[in-house]
Design a protein around this ligand. Sequence first.
Ligand SMILES: CC(=O)N[C@H]1[C@@H](OP(=O)(O)OP(=O)(O)OC[C@H]2O[C@@H](n3ccc(=O)[nH]c3=O)[C@H](O)[C@@H]2O)O[C@H](CO)[C@@H](O)[C@@H]1O
Length: 394
Amino acid sequence: MTAVSRHYVLAAGGTGGHLIPAFALAVELERRGHHVALITDERGAAIPGKPDTLPAHILPPGRIAGKNPVGWVKGGKGVLEGRRMALRLFESFNPAAVVGFGGYPALPTMLAARAAKIPTVIHEQNAVLGRVNRMFASRVDAIATAFANVDRLSPKQQGKVSLVGNPVRAEVLALREAPFPPFTEDSLLRILVTGGSQGARILSEVVPDGLAMLPTALRSRLQVIQQCRAEDIEAVRQRYASHGIPAELATYFENMAERLAGAHLFIGRAGASTIAELTAVGRPAILIPLPIATDDHQAANAREMASAGGARSIRQNKFTAGELAKQIRAMAQRPETLANAAHAAWNCGYPNAAADLADLVESFGGAPLMDVIRVGAKPAAVKKKEALARESVE
Ligand SMILES: CC(=O)N[C@H]1[C@@H](OP(=O)(O)OP(=O)(O)OC[C@H]2O[C@@H](n3ccc(=O)[nH]c3=O)[C@H](O)[C@@H]2O)O[C@H](CO)[C@@H](O)[C@@H]1O
């Protein structure tokens, strides 16, 4: 527990990918005796997992219009309104620092924090700097990253980087010290398949047939747990039934920790939280990065785990049933190969991510800063010019 209790504002929006690390940081800061408020949008407010103690301030809808800062200022009535809302919150809540996790709500909040001269930190969940984070990377006080190599950071910005990792849910982290599930040449081979929070059709199309192509010695031991999109689930069920492979299917598994605990091998997308969970628990994976992810960030996310030997990354255009069967054979035919890959995945984990991020944020806990906050205050440069003009008249 810290002796001083401070206030912090976190801003995150859109997907669980941005919100889950924000929730984890809120829990850790509150555990240390601080008060935390969240700024998000309607979509973010609907994401499950928000701690009950964390007040959420919902911004009016808005979007990032264009690739550069000029784009959003031009199209950004919502941005200006959001900025005003954030400034009002800062006036009453008096935060010692503001942390942006990316997504639209981080944009007006970080603009407000800059205007109010409140220390700012960004956290980047992916191995490529996201759009909102890119806008602020040169101006924030610190940049927290989840991967050792993050693309799109300039050498100067690199100087402000602290590698902390992506915080994961407590129940997932709790599995880190549990042993890999027993796996021998006769035991079950339990495969977990997910396509991120939305599911992925390509997995429904390829995985059942790929598993059916495995040699009988592996195929007869399979047990599949697969997330499918609602519109695909029936076809996938029939496919597995026709191959005689036992499979449990759902559109979303709520108890992901339990599923990961029992899995020997993961097949799926390379979203930031998925990678963080696989490496926290130490599960080997075959990753098929989403090809349309902005700046190909899922392929970048898969890099670290793949080069360490914890995963194989397959481009979607090469992801066929035959290729999948070949990769599974290479990974799982010999139990020790799978165990080694699991260990390599485990070594890529960042189990202290929430605590390390909280340490970084706490290092910006100065004196109250509200005296510098004035909504609509003139920028320092304008004030200086006016003062000089007055002097020259006097
Ligand atoms: C489609 C898309 O644009 N995805 C992006 C989105 O992640 P998106 O939310 O799609 O994917 P992530 O891998 O980051 O997170 C998925 C989360 O859903 C959970 N889960 C999944 C399936 C299930 O049945 N049950 C369940 O609980 C996983 O355990 C994980 O915690 O934001 C991430 C962080 O910016 C990016 O890296 C992803 O590229």
